[in-house]
Ligand binder design. Sequence first.
Ligand SMILES: C=C(O[C@H]1C=CC=C(C(=O)O)[C@@H]1O)C(=O)O
Ligand SMILES: [Mg+2]
Length: 466
Amino acid sequence: MMEVKEKQFTADLEAAMQSVQTDQQERLFSYTEKINQAPLYRFLEKAGELTFPRTFWSSADEDFQMAGAGHAVELSVEASKNRYQQVEADWNALLKNAVISNPYHMSGTGVVAMGGFSFDPLKPRTKLWENFPSNHFSVPNYILTHTNGNYYLTINRLLLPREEYETVREELQTYRHTLLDSAVYQDNNHVLRVLSKREIAPEQWKETIKKATNVMKNTAIDKIVLAREVRLRFHQSANVPDILKRLVDTQSNSYVFAYEMGEDCFLGATPERLVKVKGEDVLSTCLAGTAPRGKTMEEDETIANHLFEDPKNREEHDYVVQMIRSTMEAYCTDVTVPDEPAVHQYKTLQHLYTPVRAKLQKNHHIFSIISGLHPTPALGGTPREDALAFIRDNELLDRGWYGAPIGWVDSNKHGEFAVALRSALIQQDEASLFAGCGIVEDSIPESEYEETKIKLMPMLSVLGVD
Ligand SMILES: C=C(O[C@H]1C=CC=C(C(=O)O)[C@@H]1O)C(=O)O
Ligand SMILES: [Mg+2]
């Protein structure tokens, strides 16, 4: 730390510790400094060596990345339908009592909580997701933020009464030094050898699709999203920073995220934004309706035109637009939605895409919007409760955090959540991958199966499957 900055840090820390001693009440201390360029993946690798749980976020469309190490504070509430409101209440209480030293107010600096929710708090949890409760947020001890070409380090530490100032100062300085190791990150070329790849009950999945289309023919249900799992086993433990780097390098227009709990790491590269809030500006996105990429530019364009015109994909997409529009109207003003979707291209596929912009009403927060939006018909179905009941009763999979909101909020009133798609639960030398499809009345099981295969491709390829 440069000398002037170090003086500022020690003065702020000492003042915060004194207030904790005086009140005899624990308090979160948060200190942000601007630093020289620091390698994010190296930071994550070092964090792993120190056995800090790691978090990672890379934006789909902005120059913005955050790497987190450790859990200075954890927020987790009971599994219930109003879990969003309770997390929001805990988050507000935490901020109210925090001592924050952050002159920059840049997104993702200061007190930042990263975390997520499970897809369905009412579905019984299986052993697969035992490390991931219905919701979990953490304020990392150390956050390296890269935004618009600048780097920031935030240190968060819960200060307890009776702690020694010197001990705390030394602890923070030592970890800071170790994590900001300036060595260049080497993708260790740990090319993973895949020992086995097991598709979990693909034929039964297709049968469930048939059942869903029959139910839709005979009831008021219009759309049900059904997902499936693929399980891999490697010759050695997967290396999280390597996987994240490969996802960032190969998956443009996608949010790359990771959240580590115990020995497990949930990570992915998802194209789907759920909601972004910056001050009063709100942006949500409808993404549903899928086609592959073409091998030539002409073929690509023909496929895009066909996707744009295709009634089945347009129907899948329109349910999402209607629902997101009406939910945004409940929490926002000035809701604007284009009349027609665009086609957005990703590495292995194309999606129908409609952005929804709005202004946040004063009494609402990002968590209120999440509670209204999740799950959109891109992951649940229409009508929501009936589709969810069908999924709960018929889908073989425990979705865990797949298909659910994952993201961050900060003390500057910024935040963004994506829908955790194109993701994998890494469990040392094993991994589960997930993919699903929007099923409507005229869905064909075999085509939906093919659609999951292209959705699984990016994650399979970074994990060493051709
Ligand atoms: C459920 C997934 O994708 C959703 C998001 C975009 C397009 C979709 C589709 O066309 O079916 C799905 O609704 C997934 O990738 O696992
Ligand atoms: Mg689809």
